[in-house]
Design a protein around this ligand. Structure first.
Ligand code: UD1
Ligand code: MG
Length: 495
């Protein structure tokens, strides 16, 4: 290292320790640090530093509790299924590489978490400080906190962190795990899926950031994800068959026979149902379904939003469901490969996403120090979609996302302008009580989304509680999905 470089580094170090934010943690863990480093000293005047620091502590406590709660099922699965002595399947799975995959997922997750934490103040400094990109917290309008300029589009930090972690993870996976297994000659090591995933997720991160900067019209927001989803659908190499439950097989066969005489319909419809397995190959219809799922999910997180922590919180819960499902399949399903294949791919994608979301949520949980922006919502929706689709459990993913489905269906009249749709469908904040109440689209009609519905059904509440209630509903849907999978498997074979 040259003398001048060393001198510059030392100078920067001493500047940092002399600056007012130096008493704060280096990781820019506090709102004060984020805001000071974003060059917005006015915010420090609005909120005393001690108040900001205590908010940050509460936020970190809440987020780590949530993350631990979400990961508990996965930890229990690993303890029960991974280390059981004498259980042939479990021991063989761990020995033959599952342990390496779990360690790799842990490593890339830590990398994504640390990178997100490092990038947040850097991105905030540029969006808020240099480009004046900020949002006002609408649910705190009329209070001091409602006057703070909050840096916007911080999803960029977590998105970049995940992309970096994915590239590093793939490199290590190829170099140390795949090569060791077959001297680098694996027939399908998932290269094309990996590249499609990177392209699709990168596309959506870019689109989200463009939206944050340029404020795209709704038409564009609906149409553009379709192009990203096409790349994803083209790379899909899994089965296009669905299982028809035993008691419906005969009826489905009769319908297919009846439609067989119609020329165009015959070409689109499946040829038949396999008598033994009940599998019916629906071909292009399945590809159309996963395309629609990807387009739907990238928009669905964005319209189930607007409360501090809701965008990241819902993604965290869904991601934890995907992690648990993948780990369960790796450790218990003797037919699933433990070092390569859909579940490994899905786990190595979703684990860093989960960790980056924890890093972002630490600043975005109530009361938010940063807003995640459309950069996060689009990127998160598509990452979840990629993990489910290329992990070959699209139907399960759709069930995990039941709150998003309900919110979308309920929103349709407003999305298609059959009912007026204001720019923001956020609740009304009462400065006297500090409670949120349902907001109206017109004099007589409430806004048609899940946030408003929860306020109407369960009554007025604080923003933090409302967000926790919506996240509890998300958790309930993930738990319900796991139960439904087992009931469905029993039903398929029920005669
Ligand atoms: C979508 C929703 C809109 C909702 C908005 C908030 C539809 C059709 N659109 O619009 O109803 O109001 O997301 O995310 O459902 N904000 C807060 N608190 C938060 C998060 C965001 O006040 O916790 C506000 C901030 O002013 C922020 C702005 O929302 O700047 C971001 O809105 P944006 O993501 O641009 O809205 P849309 O995605 O277009
Ligand atoms: Mg948005």
């Amino acid at each position: 290292m040259s003398m001048s470089t060393r001198k510059r580094r030392e100078q920067r170090k001493s500047e940092r320790s002399a600056s007012p934010s130096s008493s704060l943690k280096r990781s820019a863990d506090t709102v004060a640090a984020t805001m000071a480093s974003a060059g917005n000293d006015e915010n420090n005047a609005v909120m005393p530093r001690a108040v900001l620091e205590s908010m940050q502590k509460n936020r970190a406590r809440d987020v780590f509790s949530m993350a631990a709660f979400c990961l508990l099922p996965t930890v229990l699965i690993i303890v029960n299924k991974g280390f059981v002595d004498g259980d042939g399947v479990s021991v063989r799975n761990m020995d033959s590489g599952a342990m390496k995959i779990l360690l790799l997922a842990l490593f890339t997750s830590l990398l994504a978490y640390k990178t997100t934490i490092r990038l947040i103040p850097i991105v905030a400094r540029r969006t808020l400080g240099k480009r004046n990109m900020y949002g006002l917290d609408i649910n705190k309008k009329g209070t001091k906190m409602g006057e703070i300029a909050i840096p916007e589009a911080l999803g960029l930090a977590s998105g970049c962190a995940v992309l970096v972690a994915l590239v590093v993870g793939r490199t290590l996976h190829t170099a140390f795990i795949l090569r060791e297994r077959k001297q680098g000659k694996l027939e399908n090591s998932g290269e094309s899926e990996h590249n499609a995933a990177l392209a699709t997720i990168g596309f959506m991160l870019f689109l989200g950031f463009v939206d944050d900067v340029l404020d795209l019209p709704w038409r564009a927001k609906m149409i553009l994800p379709g192009f990203a989803a096409t790349t994803l659908a083209q790379s899909y190499q899994g089965s296009t068959s669905i299982v028809v439950p035993h008691i419906f097989r005969e009826n489905v066969r009769l319908v297919l026979d009846a439609l067989d005489s119609m020329p165009i319909v015959r070409d689109i419809l499946p040829t038949g149902v396999d008598k033994k397995s009940g599998l019916m190959d629906v071909g292009y219809m399945y590809i159309a379904f996963i395309w629609l799922l990807a387009v739907f999910l990238s928009n669905a997180i964005n319209i189930h939003a607007g409360l501090n922590g809701l965008e990241c919180g819902q993604s965290l819960v869904i991601a934890s469901g995907i992690i648990a499902l993948n780990v369960w399949s790796l450790l218990t399903d003797p037919t699933s490969d433990v070092v390569v294949g859909p579940h490994v791919f899905s786990l190595l994608l979703i684990a860093p996403f989960f960790a980056a979301t924890v890093g972002l949520l630490k600043q975005n949980w109530y009361p938010s120090a940063v807003f995640v922006g459309d950069s996060y919502t689009y990127f998160a929706g598509m990452t979840l979609a990629v993990a489910g689709i290329l992990g070959h459990f699209s139907e399960t993913l759709l069930l995990f996302c039941l709150p998003q489905v309900v919110n979308f269906l309920y929103s349709i009249p407003q999305l298609f302008k059959l009912v007026p749709c204001p720019r923001h469908r956020l609740p009304r904040f009462d400065t006297q009580t500090g409670l949120l109440s349902p907001s109206k689209a017109t004099e007589t009609r409430y806004n048609m989304n899940l946030v408003t519905l929860f306020l109407r059904v369960f009554g007025k509440t604080t923003e933090r509680k409302l967000c926790l209630r919506l996240l509890a509903f998300q958790v309930a849907c993930v738990v319900f999905t796991f139960a439904a999978r087992y009931v469905f498997i029993a039903f398929v074979h029920w005669k």
